[in-house]
Design a protein around this ligand. Structure first.
Ligand code: HEM
Length: 404
């Protein structure tokens, strides 16, 4: 006769409680974050954490299911009646379905949501791609349905939880043998029965890890297809008169996101410079920048910048800047216009710079501020600059040597 003193394995117990607390936290956390007004401080971080923990639950569930198959749970006490056994079994099946369906619908929603067209970076370090081949669902209507299912499944989970807890407590405190103790970590529960040696840890956790590796490695593959690192050459109808020392030069950008300063650098650009300090007004500079070479101070930002609503790197691998109307306002200080063309949109911004000449060597430092809206940057997920500042500052340092 089987009794309740046969316990679950410690791996099963650990996974059970870890996933249970995580799901309850995710439900209340999910409600909290989606009720926040757009742009509330920390909201962005909460969404990323929600997605990270949700994917973790999915991976742990893979491990848990494999573990369960390889280490069947102890049978229910014989004195439970058939109906109760069936009910308990159905609730368990329902839970396994939810542990898969909740993260999958969440992942699908974040992949097709028009409003939240933001990449997922697990815990800020590991790029997690969108669900592939679901472009067709990227509409208000379809993503609304997916969001509806995701949020309603949370209620189904709470309903099942109520049944599950009620069942566990009933069998713990009624005349029948306790079932709850079988799932209480050893210290507090009955550890009187020896467990059968468990097996399959490598298979269960290996499969979860393999899933993580397979899915996340799809990100760099997709990234490579977007041609992120393509070399650029500044087009020049004129002979370049200055040779840029790229190691001593930089193009950086900065702004604010969710109340914090962000910054980044373009590592791949080229410049053709025609400039005579004696007659600056006839000078001209043409810069070409590989949009996919933008690297920000956080992986999430770097990934976001490549996406369609930002630089759309796969469709527009390069941007160009012309420095025009150069005018010297005082010794070494200049004003000019930076004409930026990005995603086939062209905008002008004032570009003030300082120039230090030392023989044939020059160092130029300058700054321009661009507005996102005019360049159609981040207009799907953040058109009102709730998260990302409307102004993006671009700082340029160029060290060059006269070559004629
Ligand atoms: C067991 C895992 C999960 C649970 C229990 C869960 C639960 C929830 C809940 C309760 C909400 C609030 C829904 C509402 O507004 O009524 C929510 C929203 C959301 N979830 Fe999940 N979720 C899980 C996994 C995921 C995953 C893996 C992702 C993405 C990778 C995800 C993405 C989202 C997003 C983007 C929202 C916001 C919807 C909005 O504000 O429009 N979730 N989730």
């Amino acid at each position: 006769m089987s009794t309740s003193s046969e316990r679950y394995t410690s791996v099963a117990i650990t996974l059970h409680w870890l996933i249970a607390f995580a799901i309850v936290g995710m439900i209340f956390g999910g409600w909290y974050m989606s009720d926040l007004p757009d742009g509330a401080p920390g909201q962005y971080f909460l969404y990323q954490m929600h997605k990270s923990v949700g994917i973790t639950i999915l991976l742990l569930t893979i491990a848990r299911i494999i573990w369960r198959v390889m280490n069947p749970p102890p049978p229910l006490p014989d004195d439970m009646n058939g109906l109760e056994k069936t009910a308990s079994h159905l609730v368990h099946v329902g839970f396994y379905g939810l542990m898969i369906a909740l993260p999958l619908t969440g992942w699908l929603y974040s992949s097709v949501s028009v409003k939240l067209d933001v990449p997922t970076v697990l815990y800020g370090v590991l790029s997690w791609p969108d669900v592939p081949f679901v472009e067709g669902l990227k509409t208000e209507a379809a993503s609304g349905v997916v969001n509806f299912i995701h949020s309603k499944l949370a209620w189904v989970a709470l309903a099942l939880l109520a049944l599950h807890v009620a069942g566990a407590l009933k069998h713990e405190f009624s005349a029948e043998e306790g079932v709850l103790k079988r799932m209480i970590p050893g210290l507090f529960g009955k550890a009187d029965a020896p467990q059968a040696p468990s097996r399959g840890a490598l298979t269960a956790f290996g499969a979860a890890l393999a899933s993580l590796v397979v899915v996340t490695s799809a990100s760099p593959v997709l990234g490579a297809l977007t041609g992120s690192g393509a070399a650029v050459t500044a087009e020049a109808e004129f002979e370049p008169k200055w040779t840029v020392d790229f190691d001593a030069s930089s193009i950086t950008f900065s702004g604010t996101h969710d109340g914090n300063v962000f910054s980044g650098t373009f590592s791949n650009w080229d410049a053709a410079i025609q400039f005579d300090p004696a007659s600056p007004s006839i000078g001209e500079v043409r810069v070409s920048v590989a949009t996919g070479s933008a690297e920000a101070n956080q992986k999430l930002y770097t990934d976001s910048l490549k996406s369609p609503e930002w630089f759309n790197v796969s469709a527009f691998p390069s941007a160009s800047v012309e420095i025009l109307n150069i005018d010297e306002t005082s010794a070494g200080s200049f004003t000019s216009v930076a004409r930026l063309t990005l995603k086939e949109l062209t905008v002008d911004a004032p570009f003030a710079f300082q120039l230090q000449l030392d023989g044939d060597n020059a160092e130029m430092t300058g700054q321009a501020v661009f507005q996102r809206k005019a360049l159609d940057l981040g207009q799907a997920s953040d058109p009102n600059a709730d998260w990302v500042s409307e102004d993006v500052t671009v700082d340029v340092v160029v060290t060059a040597t006269r070559s004629d």
